[in-house]
Every structure is written in C-alpha cells, then in structure tokens.
Design a protein around this ligand. Sequence first.
Ligand code: NAD
Ligand code: FES
Length: 274
Amino acid sequence: MYQIMAKKTLNKDVDLMEVKAPLVARNAKPGQFIILRVDDEGERIPLTIAGIDGDLVTIIYQKMGYSTQLLGKKSVGDFIEDFVGPLGKATHIRKKNHVIGVAGGVGSAPLLPQLKAYHDQGIKVSLILGGRTKDHLILQDEYAAFCDHIYLATDDGSVGEKGFVTDVLKKQLDSDPTIDHLIAIGPVIMMKYVTLMAKAHGVSVDVSLNPIMIDGTGMCGNCRVTIANKTYFACIDGPDFPGEEVDFDELMSRQSYYKDEEHMCFIDLDNHGR
Ligand code: NAD
Ligand code: FES
C-alpha cells in the first residue's frame, strides 16, 4: 500500500498527488511512468512520473475516466493499493542547441521532467503551453524556473495567443532558425500536427504516446503502436518515440475502442457514488 502524502487541485479537472514510493523514487528517470490501482478491484492506470522529491513521486491526473475519478476522491493520508514502476524507457536526451517543448493541456505534466532534463544538460529550452482556457494552463511556475521563454495559447483567448499551440509554434519555427528539436506531449491530434509542422521545417520531434495499457510489461499487447511500419509496445519500447515515425491515425482509432464501456462506467459511478 502506498500513502498519499500531499494533494493539490491544479484546476477543476486536474489534481497533483505526491505518493510515498521509495523504490520507484530511487530508480525513476525522466520519461518513465507508473501503473497504479486505486483499490484491489481497480483498473490499472498508467501515469507518467511528473517529479521526484526524496521518497515521494509526483503524479498529475485528469479526472476524465471512472478510475481517475475514484483516485480524485482519495485524500492526504489515504492509501493507494498498487503503485508499480518505474516503467518504460527513460527519455533519450539528444545533442541539440534549442529545444521547444509543446504541451497540450495535461500533457504539460509528463513534459516537465523531460524538458528539465534537457535544461540540466545545458541546452536552451523554451515552452509553448496550450489549453482550453487560462485555468487549463498548469505548472507555469515550475516551467518558469528553468525555461528561456514561455509562450501561452488558449482556445478561447483568455490568456496568451487565441488559438492552438500549433499556431504559436508555426510563428516560432518561421522566425527562429536556432530551434533544432521539439518535444510534443498532449492530445494525439496535437502531436500529429506538431510532427507535420516539424517535418515541414526539417526539425526533429519526439512525442510521448499514451495508448491503452494493461500490464505495462509487454505481455498483453494492448499498447501496440506502429512506428516506422513496425509494431512496438509503448510500455516497454516507449512511451517516447520519434514523431516522424508514428502512425498517429491508427493510434487515434485504437484509443476509441472502449468508448462505450467507459460511458457505461460513468453511469455506474453516478448511480453508486463509488
Ligand atoms: P485538450 O483537448 O484540452 O487540448 C489541449 C491543447 O492541445 C489545446 O488547447 C490546443 O492547444 C492543443 N490541441 C488540441 N487539438 C489540437 C489540434 N487539432 N491541433 C493542434 N493543437 C491542438 O487536452 P486535454 O483535455 O488536457 O488532454 C490532454 C491529452 O494529453 C489527453 O488526450 C491525454 O491522453 C494526453 N496525455 C498524454 C500523455 C502522454 O504521456 N503521452 C500524458 C498525459 C496526457
Ligand atoms: Fe500490455 Fe504494453 S500494456 S503490452
């Protein structure tokens, strides 16, 4: 059992938790993830590690599904049944000069340790942070501590540029020839368009994929993704991959497989208040 030592509301949909998990904390590297189960009947939830502080592992989750809503009902001092990790491969830090992180919504959580790892190697890093409204832009202070520049975009124009992260990215790529690498994490459709833009500008891009996962060990095959026309498992071969090689359309189609079942779970959650 793993105790929740701190909990913070980042916006109405998103919480941050610090969970005491010394073995995970000791071994985790940027880009890796954990799989947790809220209780002994719970489904497995994969979450990228957003930070480490001593024995504490920071996770940030959007309360958008049945199990993340159950997690959101837990308080400081409560316990989580399982907390397994670190899983997946650590981020490969490329030799680059100026890296732009492109974060869509809650994708800013997994991006934070990756971009920080580039900064720690002495590489210039900037951030484009996008969300539906200004309340959806999370972790700005944490990024401000090490980013050279932060550009904001909101769908409704409540802060920063009105539009998607890709609108801001296009202007940066057009005007700044020092940019030689992108890391994009957010909705799959966003990562697809960031990749197309990177290709058009001859800039490399890494993305972090979040297909449906079950065991996280390469056994069940649920997280398979097509990279450069070959099948890989995001849980053991990723979750980071070069964007240019990802079949984003297949990933989008596989992500919608269990929409009906998810809807039924919500009805169950509403009826039983579990
Ligand atoms: P969202 O739907 O609110 O979108 C966030 C931002 O992404 C938008 O404000 C916009 O700037 C950009 N965006 C959205 N659609 C776009 C498009 N068609 N073209 C260009 N830019 C676009 O995001 P959310 O609800 O916060 O969800 C975040 C997503 O990130 C989820 O789908 C989640 O699964 C994913 N995610 C991925 C990882 C990972 O490790 N890969 C981790 C956490 C979350
Ligand atoms: Fe089962 Fe990756 S989650 S193979």
